[in-house]
Design a protein around this ligand. Structure first.
Ligand code: ATP
Length: 425
């Protein structure tokens, strides 16, 4: 029962109640039920968490369907993987309970995604990354509270050690190198000596890992409370260099990450912005060709690849940007850049004059709009075409520069323009 009590202490009360009721349903269906992986590790570390990963040697889809029906929740099945997500009122939609049938994984070649077949709890645990993530606590019936520790995970946790389960583990799935550095630095642990020795020969296997998987792992690191620590570790281990020779964490980059103080609660957009900023810090001092290659290697989404290139361009052009004087000139010079690129550029530019102009553009100039639009100008006699575009731009510039301050002045300006240039060139 000791482990059941630990689990109860680590979980919020409603989560513990849900687990109890799921366990009752498992008993009724004559299935085993375990909580497994991260939440078990966290509860043994006396850390509270919200992840609930469950596994059963029975049919997870049946268990999820019956649980959703009997407990008033919703469920979503992923037939191909034999997994389901359960949603209950009171638990955030973004934090469903994962239920899976125990599985076996085999790798066609290093770095490939695993082929998954149904397995036993033993095979399900042995496929995991580190011994402390290969722990399960049984939840059903009289077995409730039994710790299943087939690989010495509890002892490794007590000693603060990361240990893989078999010597080919990193080759099978080189993303474990990134996961390992993340856990090591999050918990203040160390790789066990024999595990550390497996890292250098496994590095070339990273070449087989898809950009999407690498990006995902790096973004999980960016989302840690202190991302710099695992990044430095990965730098020192040669992992970043293997991903791309341009991917380094030098003092300049480290200083940027040190300024980052992530508030505990970030909404989705803020978290996305934070991730983008991390990519920009890693890439904005690269040459254009290195930046393109690195963006491709981690398969950055097109919009992000464009914006990190913009941050670099802004940083490179800071001398020129700092010299701009007229407000309309500043507005035009920065018009093609996204808000996100401009905001991020403020964190990588050191010239105060360029900072000031970019800040002015973001905070003020981008919000200045003339009163008259194209339709109203046409009503005054301007014809559609390039002349109209020029007129709109000139009025906008004059408003930005404070030469025109009222709608009446805009109208006067437009009438003079039309009289001077004719109705259309
Ligand atoms: P976190 O606290 O960062 O969420 P977690 O351990 O819960 O960590 P998940 O990515 O949710 O991490 O994975 C859940 C479990 O699945 C892990 O605890 C581990 O047992 C297993 N796992 C995840 N990724 C891998 C992998 N690449 N190789 C082997 N096992 C993995």
């Amino acid at each position: 029962m000791f482990y059941a009590e630990l689990l109860q202490a680590a979980l919020a009360e409603p989560d513990w109640s849900i687990l109890q009721r799921l366990a009752e349903i498992a008993v009724r269906l004559e299935m085993s039920l375990y909580i497994v992986g991260g939440p078990v590790r966290d509860c043994l570390l006396r850390r509270t968490g919200t992840d609930l990963d469950l596994t059963t040697e029975g049919d997870a889809l049946t268990l999820a369907r019956v649980a959703a029906r009997d407990l008033g929740g919703a469920w979503k099945k992923f037939e191909r993987f034999g997994t389901a997500k359960l949603y209950f009122p009171g638990r955030a939609r973004s934090a469903p309970i994962d239920v899976a049938t125990t599985r076996t994984e085999t790798y066609a070649h290093p770095g490939a995604l695993p082929e998954v077949t149904r397995g036993t709890l033993q095979t399900d645990l042995v496929r995991r990354d580190f011994t402390f993530n290969a722990l399960a606590i049984r939840l059903d019936g009289d077995h409730q509270g039994e710790l299943i520790d087939l690989h010495g995970g509890e002892q490794d946790l007590q000693q603060g050690l990361l240990r893989v389960l078999h010597p080919r583990s990193f080759e099978d799935d080189p993303t474990r190198l990134l996961r390992g550095a993340r856990f090591e630095q999050r918990f203040g642990f160390s790789f066990a000596t024999d595990t550390l020795q497996l890292i250098p020969p496994a590095l070339p296997a990273l070449d087989q890992v898809s950009g999407d998987r690498l990006r995902h792992e790096l973004e999980l690191i960016f989302g840690e409370a202190q991302p710099l620590k695992p990044l430095l570790r990965l730098h020192d281990l040669g992992v970043l260099h293997q991903i791309d020779p341009a991917c380094v964490v030098d003092d300049w980059i480290a200083a940027r990450f040190q300024t980052q103080t992530a508030p505990p609660e970030r909404n989705v957009e803020e978290a996305q912005d934070d991730r983008f900023t991390c990519w920009a810090w890693l890439t904005c001092r690269l040459t254009e060709s290195s930046l393109t290659r690195f963006s491709q290697r981690v398969n950055l989404a097109r919009a992000e690849a464009v914006d990190v290139a913009q941050v670099k361009a802004l940083r490179d052009a800071q001398g020129t940007i700092g010299m701009l004087q007229r407000r309309s000139e500043i507005y035009r010079a920065l018009a093609a850049y996204s808000d996100r690129a401009l905001r991020t550029a403020l964190t990588v530019i050191d010239r105060p004059a360029a900072q000031q102009n970019i800040g002015l553009c973001l905070n003020e100039l981008r919000h200045v709009k003339p009163a008259l639009d194209g339709h109203q100008l046409q009503a005054l006699g301007a014809l559609r075409g390039p002349g109209l575009g020029r007129l709109l731009e000139q009025i906008h510039d004059a408003v930005l520069d404070g030469l025109i301050t009222t709608p009446q002045q805009e109208e006067d300006y437009a009438r003079q323009f039309i009289a001077r240039e004719g109705q259309d060139p």
